[in-house]
Structures are given as C-alpha cells and as structure tokens.
Design a protein around this ligand. Structure first.
Ligand code: MG
Length: 164
C-alpha cells in the first residue's frame, strides 16, 4: 500500500508530466506557425511521450491500490523566440523534472517503498536521455548560428525523429 505522502507526490508527478505534455504541444504549435515543420513534429512527439509518462504514474498508483487525483494543468506560454531559445527552455524544464523525479526517489527511500523505487529507475534513466537530447539540439543550433540553410537542414533532421 502506498503511503499518503507518497501517493500525493505521485499524483503531483502526474501533473508535472501532463504540464510537460502541454508545454511541448504549445512549442509544437509555435514551430508550426514559424514554418519549422521538423521542430513542430519533434515537439509533438515529445508532447505525446510526456502524456505517456503521466499515464505510467497513473497506472502505477492504480496498480498499488492508490487513488489518482487529477489537478488543473497550468497554462503554458503561447509566444516563443528563436529555436535556440525554445530548446534552452526545454532543457531548463527537463532539469526541473529531473529534480522532481529525484525528490520522489528520495521520498520512496525514506518511506521504504521498494516498488516505487524500481518503477522510478526507468524515469531516472529517461531523464538522462531527455537532457541529452535537448542539449544535443542546443549544440547544433549554436553551431548553425544565423545561417538559414543550416536551420532548414536541422529542421528536417530533428523532424526525422522516430516515435517512441
Ligand atoms: Mg517526462
């Protein structure tokens, strides 16, 4: 049985993941409007993955006979600047999410909840990937600078991202 404290924290994590999904969907819409279909596709896939992350926590709470409590999802920003600026925001956001996952892990250690610890291993590894992916795109955008041809090439490259 999940402790009340852990259940509350897991419910809050559902909200963090669903906000991430919402944020990346807003960024996808921004890239659609900015005529960068590759970046738009990358963000849409990212958004879908975050929704799946939220569902992993949802399922886990149910599997442990806990009670899911959904909270309101905050409104993401509508306006964004350059692709570099957007990707920096993604990295910054993912670092925050890493912090929330680590805090959850700390709590599961304190509560001696072993199933939660095992479940969180997947997320700890996933966050390494998330931060790496955003950092890689940031590095490529920095290399390109203001060159439009470079940006067009990178757009098709990030747009080739596979689902899942
Ligand atoms: Mg996530």
């Amino acid at each position: 049985m999940l402790s009340k404290k852990l259940q509350d924290a897991l419910n809050q994590q559902i909200n963090h993941e669903l906000y991430s999904s919402y944020l990346y969907l807003a960024m996808s819409a921004h890239f659609e409007a900015a005529n960068l279909p590759g970046f738009a596709r990358w963000m849409k896939i990212q958004s879908e993955e975050e929704g799946e992350h939220g569902m992993k926590f949802y399922q886990f709470i149910n599997d442990r006979s806990g009670r899911v409590a959904l909270e309101a999802i905050a409104k993401p920003p509508v306006e964004y600047k350059t692709p570099l600026d957007v990707m920096k925001k993604v990295l910054e956001h993912e670092k925050k999410v890493t912090g929330t996952i680590e805090a959850l892990y700390e709590l599961s250690l304190k509560e001696k909840d072993y199933p939660t610890q095992v479940m969180l291993h997947w997320f700890i590894k996933e966050q390494v990937e998330e931060e790496k992916n955003a950092s890689n795109i940031i590095e490529m955008l920095k290399t390109i600078g203001d060159a439009p041809a470079g940006l067009a090439m990178l757009d098709s490259r990030v747009g080739a991202r596979a689902k899942g």
